[in-house]
Write a protein that binds this ligand. Sequence first.
Ligand code: C2E
Ligand code: CA
Ligand code: CA
Length: 504
Amino acid sequence: AKIQGLYDEPEAHSHDILEFKDGRVFERDSLPQYIDGEVVGRVWSFRDISEHRRLQNELTHQAFHDPLTGLANQALFRDRVDHAAARLARNGGQLAVLFVDLDDFKTVNDSLGHAVGDRVLLEVAQRISTSIRAADTAARFGGDEFAVLLEDVQELSAAVETAERILEAVGRPLTLEGNELVIRASLGISVVEAGSASDADELIRNADAAMYIAKSDGKGGYRVFEPAMHERVVARLELRADLQRALEREEFVLHYQPLVRLEDGAMTGIEALLRWQHPVRGIVAPLEFVPFAEETGLIVDIGRWVLREGCRQAKELRAQIPGPVKPAIGINLSVKQLFHADIVADVASALADADLEPEALTLEITESVMMTDTEMAVSRLNELRDLGVRLAMDDFGTGYSSLSSLSLFPLDILKMDRSLLAAGAAPVTSGIASAVLSLGETFQLEVVAEGIEFPEQSTTLKELGCDTGQGFYFARPMPPEQLMAYLSAHPGAAAGVVAPTGSD
Ligand code: C2E
Ligand code: CA
Ligand code: CA
């Protein structure tokens, strides 16, 4: 038995702990016995504290381990990194921290449920654990983030090999309840040598930054940390703060692009397209910030603003337009917005506050919605349609949709992606364009051809039975105050008689 505790003075009360190989633990006390002030012996007492100790160990384990996966938690991981860094200073060598973050895990959770999500995390934890040596530490940082400490790394290539092994292991298909899933992860590596004063926080932060860059450079890969990465991370964080400020300072504006009925040139719709009036950079196009806003979730707030502002301006415009044809307003919804719990209430209140009739609003959802949880998407779209608004499938024909799922979606309009139009001024349209048009006919959907730049395209599409066109040939997106001028210059667009002439 291992004995702790001392009795340097024979008179003293002594106390120690006995730990036996079989796991039993005893507390041992002895008290001196006196006769006439002389110690004549000791009274020993023993207490079995095995159960107490077991509980204590369990609590300690719980305090330092992730309950779901049993891996080290953040606190223990930081401690291990700190100790490893201290050892490094004494013994030399290198150590590496790997930061692993699953790609699109939220989609798994949202579409398959948390129980499946937990099993994925458990499986990933096991795969990471079996990809490293026993002396290395794997930890779960919470959510879908994991970290690995590699001690005694001879050279960078060893850390890279482990990173590749982990990504390969995590990426192997896994079968859960009959579903085959492929989970990918992005990974960042930070390596430190003896002599560079790095603490756990810095190492982890660097690995995290490298992971962030790996993810934004395209998912499923790894990057080794370089100091310049911090600048990129900071730039993205700044963009985030900038966007938030842009909302508060009302730096966003909407431009509007007409949708034109090919048959008679009437402006039957306008699409609201977001622009950022940046105080320094000037007008910033949506492709430069919308994807980022989607990634960070900011799109929900920005999109709510678009809805309110779009409905408000549409109401005004429709009142000003004299002819019988009042344009509907098209507003783009990102998939993130569609899945946000408040979306139906947001649309309803935007309509009510603007006093706009629901039929005057078309919500455009990109085809990528078909890649998500179909059931959830369909029920959301049905709720929106129950408000009386119309629904358009945007960028249609770019690849995600299958015919069978298209029939599940409650749609009114197909917006054919502009990549389906023949390039240049050639009058012919692609076979896919004709296929989309016949799909529209089958499902009784209005088809809008996007990106019409040449009169020949417009003519061919009209002959093929396409209802509506949109593109630079008719008009570019413009600020709302120019729309009235556009209508005066193209009287047919308002009255629905004369075809417009391309002006750009
Ligand atoms: P989108 O919904 O497909 O919008 C049409 C885009 O095509 C617009 O680009 C428009 O300016 C451009 N376009 C129109 N006619 C032509 C043409 O004849 N030729 C060419 N080459 N392009 C044409 P924009 O305004 O830069 O918007 C890009 C994308 O940003 C939009 O694609 C949409 O996906 C997204 N977006 C714009 N506003 C919003 C918004 O308020 N919310 C969300 N979630 N996304 C938005
Ligand atoms: Ca659109
Ligand atoms: Ca589109």
